[in-house]
Design a binder for this molecule. Structure first.
Ligand code: SAM
Length: 205
């Protein structure tokens, strides 16, 4: 289990070579104007997998609300390339969201939610996802400007939180930035390698 620590991330980057820093900076330059927040996820690996999803869709910022630990096995080391932040409670989260100019969207199963396929995304969305057991807290639901639900058609009452995040981010990015060039594929994996066209360094160590 990893505890989110800006100091640890800073120390990591002080030791990295210029090539790897260039990769981080190139990624930062390409990031899109949206953010993701997760509130008190209890299954630590879900956050690791969600970080991988956020990275794939060039998420501008990932906010851990409440719990600040995660298991990064689903995305070894990638969290150090992401722009992460920890905020202990809903009040602090609301302040940050407002100062950063986000429009907050609770992604949750809710009677009053709009269905994702018909939802018009605002300019600077911040998508909020809830924990595996309780979903989003009433405080987080109340502060959100919008509520959005992924329609389901079968027997299972809800999706895994990372799957939900993947669906929403794909929908948002593909509808909002239809001409965005994906990173190149070198035969095995997607690679982000500014300029050189060479296979990227592994990010897992
Ligand atoms: C496993 S669900 C939590 C369900 C919780 N047991 C409940 O009944 O409220 C975890 C999170 O995934 C997201 N989620 C899952 N299915 C969803 C759906 N169909 N539409 C929108 N969000 C969904 C929500 O953010 C939810 O808080």
């Amino acid at each position: 289990m990893t505890r989110f620590s800006p100091e640890e991330i800073e120390a990591f980057w002080r030791q990295q070579n210029p090539r790897r820093r260039a990769l981080r900076d190139e990624l930062a330059r390409r990031r899109l104007p949206f953010a993701v927040a997760v509130e008190n996820l209890s299954k630590q690996w879900n956050i690791g997998n969600l970080l991988r999803t956020a990275n794939a869709f060039l998420c501008g910022e990932i906010i851990l609300v409440g719990n600040d630990t995660f298991d990064d096995k689903g995305c070894p080391g990638i969290y150090r390339f992401e722009h992460m932040r920890h905020i202990p409670d809903a009040a602090g989260f609301e302040k940050h969201a407002s100062e950063a100019g986000y429009t907050t969207i609770a992604v949750e199963i809710d009677r009053d939610a709009e269905l994702l396929p018909r939802f018009k995304f605002p300019e600077r969305p911040l998508f909020l996802f809830g924990g595996e057991l309780e979903g989003l807290s009433p405080e987080m639901m109340d502060l959100a400007a919008h509520r959005v639900m992924i329609p389901q058609y079968g027997l299972i009452p809800c999706l895994n939180v990372n799957i939900s995040c993947s669906i929403v981010l794909y929908e948002y990015v593909s509808r909002t930035f239809p001409d965005l060039e994906p990173v190149s594929v070198d035969g095995a994996k997607f690679q982000l390698d500014p300029g050189s066209g060479q296979r990227s360094e592994p990010l897992s160590d």
